[in-house]
Ligand binder design. Structure first.
Ligand code: 5AD
Ligand code: SF4
Length: 460
């Protein structure tokens, strides 16, 4: 008899990507194999997100489509996991009664048991507290050379727009020794790059030792033989401290990229958002980082149209973006979320106003991203090969340590290998280059770029 199969659709953030790899790992440990599409799968799993309303709507659309398949193949089981499941168990039951299993963010490990129980009828289980760190479960990683590693779960902040604390709970840090041991075993398995995950990585360890330990963690990972790159997401600007920045500057493995979500440029809106920093103190952190790691790439998250945002407030967001000159930004239109303070605030803005501001912001950021990418032309970067380009399989795709996507010729290089690429042309969201060195050995902390014939340093 052929093995049972599964198909997972993941919505939302890297945390969800990581959870999906863990659920795939548990299913494979139970003898399931990955199906090429949901149409053929015995278990169809949706790992959901609820950070913005659009994610809710998309889930119910996809569930409807899957129900049509289940009508033809009643043995198929549908699983809804993740943040939306945590928030909306009852609604899922009501809007999609054909769903077999619902599990939340705190009980991933129960997936195999709930699938068994669902043979006797719907198995829905939502817990309020986490049972096991996702990283402690088996994984079926998408990539042989990259791994997600969760260092903390939950969030103790109370940003007024954000539903995460309500669905992911209080912050719990994982023991440093467990993280390092996991990274060592990943490296032994061929991983060269890890991305540390936490809602607020800079407060990592506060619940363990009473003091943040993120810099200690970076320094411990720097000693892991064979590990080439460490990325992390996301630091909260209010908690980013000089010791973490010094560790980023000094640790060979720490990539020269930081994602530092700003959300808004006006102090009035930052206060309404309860972000606990001002534009000035945010800019101080930007300067601190750039003076410690000169060619670091910086990206951010920005919300447009927060309740009560005036044209003058929005102009401050634009001026902040122009001042920082981010390499890239994830821009979002404010979306009211249940269980958040902002949802009941006065001054919700009409859709057209938000849309128009959003377009101005993305046009500005795209122009800046393009300019910053143009400044890399002629420079040579270390690139970690991720595979073949989706658009042109005769070319390879990879990322610089600054997290820039580069397409280049060099078909005989394997996934996960390090090489050197000279940038020949720039686009707003990627670079094109030429391979100039292959299988580059570890060189220790690099000054970036490796060599430059371009004018301007790419930094502002
Ligand atoms: N509306 C719009 N964007 C949001 N984000 C979080 N909550 C909301 C919301 N209610 C954005 C923030 C955060 C990113 C992960 O999602 O910018 O940093
Ligand atoms: Fe949400 Fe703020 Fe916590 Fe980030 S820090 S997860 S935006 S509450």
């Amino acid at each position: 008899m052929s093995a049972k199969t599964y198909f997972i659709t993941t919505y939302g953030c890297q945390m969800n990507e990581h959870d999906s790899e863990r659920m795939a790992g548990m299913l494979e440990a139970e003898g399931y194999a990955k199906a090429p599409s949901p149409d053929a799968a015995d278990v169809v799993l949706f790992n959901t997100c609820c950070i913005r309303e659009k994610a809710d709507t998309r889930l119910y659309g996809n569930l409807g489509h899957t129900k049509a398949i289940k009508d033809r193949r009643p043995d198929m089981r549908i699983v809804v996991a993740g943040c939306l499941a945590q928030k909306d168990k009852a609604t899922i039951q009501q809007r999609a009664p054909y769903v077999d299993v619902v599990l939340g963010t705190h009980n991933l490990a129960s997936l195999p048991r709930l699938l068994d129980e669902s043979l006797d009828g719907p198995a829905f289980e939502i817990l309020e507290q986490t049972e096991t760190f996702p990283s402690a479960l088996p994984a079926r990683r998408k990539s042989p050379w990259h791994a997600w590693v969760s260092i903390s779960i939950g969030c103790n902040n109370s940003c007024t727009f954000c539903i995460v604390p309500a669905v992911r709970g209080k912050e719990i840090s994982r023991r440093l020794g467990d993280i390092v041991a996991e990274v060592e075993s990943l490296v032994a398995d061929g991983v060269v790059e890890v991305t540390l995950l936490g809602q607020n990585v800079n407060s990592y360890g506060r619940d363990l030792d009473g003091t943040p330990m993120f810099s200690k963690l970076l320094r411990a990972l720097d000693r892991v033989e064979g590990l080439e790159r460490v990325r992390f997401t996301s630091p909260h600007p209010k908690d980013l401290r000089a010791d973490s920045v010094a560790a980023m500057a000094e640790c060979r493995v720490a990539c020269e990229h930081i994602h530092l979500p700003v959300q808004a440029g006006s102090d009035r809106v930052l206060k309404l958002m309860k972000r606990a920093y001002s534009r000035r103190s945010y800019m101080d952190k930007v300067h601190m980082i750039r003076s410690a790691v000169p060619n670091i790439a910086m990206t951010t998250d920005i919300i447009v149209g927060f309740p009560g945002e005036t044209e003058a407030d929005f102009a401050e967001t634009l001026s902040l973006v122009a001042e920082v000159r981010y390499d890239g930004a994830y821009t979002f239109q404010y979306s009211p979320r249940p269980m958040t303070e902002a949802a009941t605030m006065d001054g919700h803005l009409p859709k057209e106003v938000v849309q128009e501001r959003y377009e101005r912001l993305t046009a500005l950021q795209d122009a800046i991203s393009y300019e910053r990418n143009l400044a890399t032309v002629g420079s040579t970067f270390e690139v970690l090969v991720e595979g073949f380009s989706k658009k042109d399989p005769s070319r390879l795709t990879g990322r610089t340590r600054t997290n820039k996507l580069v397409h280049f010729q060099g078909a005989d290089l394997g996934e996960g290998s390090l090489c050197e690429v000279t940038i020949r042309s720039a686009h707003p969201h990627h670079l094109e280059g030429r391979l100039v060195g292959r299988d580059t050995a570890r060189r220790g902390k690099m000054s970036l770029p490796l060599a430059s014939t371009a004018s301007g340093c790419g930094s502002c």
